[in-house]
Write a protein that binds this ligand. Sequence first.
Ligand code: C2E
Ligand code: CA
Ligand code: CA
Length: 831
Amino acid sequence: MSQDLSIARIMQTGLLYCHPRTPLCEAATRMAERCCSSMLVMENDEVLGIWTEHDSLMVDFDDPTAVRVPIAQVMSRPVAALSPDTPIGEAAMRFATEQCRHLLVADDTGRPLGIVSQTDVVLNQGLEPYLRLREVRAAMHANPLVLDGRLSLSETARTMRDSTRDAVVVRCGELLGILTERDLVRFVARHPGTTPIGELASRPLLSIHVDDSLIHARDLLIGHHLRHLAVLDESEAVIGLLGFGDMLSGAEQFYLQDLREALEKRDQALAQSRHHLQLAERVIDASLEGIIITDARTRIEFVNPAFTHMTGYSLEEAVGRTPAMLSSGRHDATFYRHLWDALHARGYWRGEIWNRRKSGQLYLELLTITAIRDEAGEITHFAALFNDITYLRESEERVRRLAYYDALTDLPNRRLLEDRLSLAIRHAHRQSQRLAVIFIDLDHFKQVNDSLGHAAGDELLMQASRRLVDHLREDDSLARLGGDEFIALLPEIDTPEEATRVARRLIEAIRAPFRLGDREFRIGCSLGISLYPDDDTSVEGLLHHADAAMYRAKQEGRNTYRLFSTDMRAHNDRVLTLESALRETLESGAGLDVHYQPLFDYTSGRLCSAEALLRWHHPELGELSPAEFIPLAERSGLILPLGERLLRCVVGQLRSWRDARLDTVPVAVNLSARQFWQRDLAEWVRAELEDQDVPANLIGFELTESTLLDKQQQAIQILGALRELGCTLSIDDFGTGYSSLSYLQALPIDVLKIDRRFIQSLSEDGQGGQAILAAVTGLARELGLLVVAEGVETQAQLIALERFPVDRIQGYLTGRPVPADLFAANWLSGR
Ligand code: C2E
Ligand code: CA
Ligand code: CA
């Protein structure tokens, strides 16, 4: 249906109007002359009413004065009006609701622009399918009124009115004629009511067969400018009359319902397309791709801002021209012919094309052109989308380098190293040779970064990598894995000693002082060596083993190297066994326990707090030390679920001690680096505490300096959040790492725990340990930190501590870590 057309397109504009005092016969005459079916009654530019053909039936033709009455007395009013942009579909609905056959089309000010009749609407409603399907039989008026030609006009009008017919068949001797409403209008003026209708009827009577289709009838009517047909049966007898109105009345139901559905759909579609349109507009505007829309003849109708950005041409400059304005002259006619062939055959073309910017500069674009077709399949538009890929092409080389080389040192990266290593392995295999992989890790590099800044750190890395390269053979290669980790690949070696010789050389090279600006700086490195085929035959295996050996070198004193050896393999196996055992244990929860060790006030000997320490008993592996499984859990990530379980357990314990009305003390929990840096640590702690309704000041956390060293600013934030909850924060094992009190000064912490080794040094003869202890405890006190002495084992140590400002004591002397119930029985008192 064409309901989206507005009625302005179908209304009749040749308006007839008259003054309200115009005699009816005069108005009717003018209507007949102009073949109009209606007359507007107007005064002072105002529409007062309307008189239509149909109203002519109301005229009393017997009364000669009836045709002389002013039209105002017989007109219909008020006149329903529509605005010219009303869709036809909506107008059709109005006819139904207003129960009329004509509607006035008026502008905003009420000025009449035209008239639409129901016939106009129906003719424009796309009724063809309906009319094609139905036969004349279904729409005709059966039993037409067949009147004798000698009957008077006034009698006939009355009969028509009474029987609500808009036409009658008139028998004039042998011939048949027809008389319609429209004829009556014509005669209102000129013929007295007594005229016999035989003289007035039009002849011959146009006819159609009863089983013809309605569409045929319609075409006949339109073709002859008529409004009625006689319907004949097989014997050519007149059995009915068919007028436009009849044809439409049946159709009305049909199209009204159809129309309602269509209108609803249209409204939905409109709302949706408006939404889509807005969306599409925004997408097009914001698109980083250049977009050109042309008409079918490739005249540019639209370009988006990205187009302007890339080509330099504004929308105004581009509209009306063709994309040839961008032509670079680099492509020949064949190129463009292929493009158009593809476009017409497949509907799109995609490829790279050189174009020219407004500035004259050439650029390469990746272009996609799509042909847009209408419902009939005709191309109406072309849409072109393109990206400037000039830069991409130029940077491809750079990208390739970035993918395989480290940006800072220009050394091969891990990817390229793995490629080279796998090549080298194949080569060594063919030649039955050995090769060595050396994992190199700079010691204390992070401290340089931290204290001297990243620029200095980068400079150090560059200098170090140059030294390493200088001390390798020509066929060896050096790669940077990231951070301060490097790999040297030594192909073609005969004995392991050859590899260790190189390792020693590298250590020496790094040991020499570095100059950073005007400062001299010393670092060391730890190396791990794996050998093909002795240790492994795969890329991953060799790298992994070299890493493990390096780790061992670090643990055993740094500035040294270790060969991956069979006992390290055994160690590795144990790590794997422990890891899978820990995984199982974490699932079942069996075998894990928490012990509590008391901390006492040095002076009063009063219980101050406790430290929670994990215990793991495995049915086959036996009692396992946290010193062994915590680092493993940390490396494998299992520390997170483990830590979760521990905290829940400790908080639950605190809760049950309180419920048992025991005087509980704060309990400190150890946090490893991964735990500390996990997301939303403070939020998680808060939720756990809230869950058991345990106050936050009953929970503390112990962290080592190394955990906090890397990212001081972020560390301060997390510590601050924990402290804000009310938790106590301790630095654990102080003195074993990169100890710097000035660094600690910036951190929001409460307690400093001096490592056991310092306490043990008290019972030794040397004075060094004591001097450090004096300095550290003194400064800690200055900073307002509580000082805890860890690992106090003997009475002698306890007494020796008297000389230092120590607040608390923790150790086997005063209390070993014990299970919760024993801890409560030994040290917690009831309230
Ligand atoms: P840590 O945090 O320094 O814990 C103190 C360790 O010293 C504990 O060892 C404790 O049993 C031991 N200790 C206490 N007093 C003495 C003493 O007088 N002499 C000696 N020689 N040792 C003493 P443990 O329980 O074997 O724990 C070892 C390490 O494992 C802990 O060191 C801690 O770093 C870690 N750890 C233990 N439990 C956890 C935990 O739940 N989470 C985390 N992340 N780490 C834990
Ligand atoms: Ca601790
Ligand atoms: Ca400790």
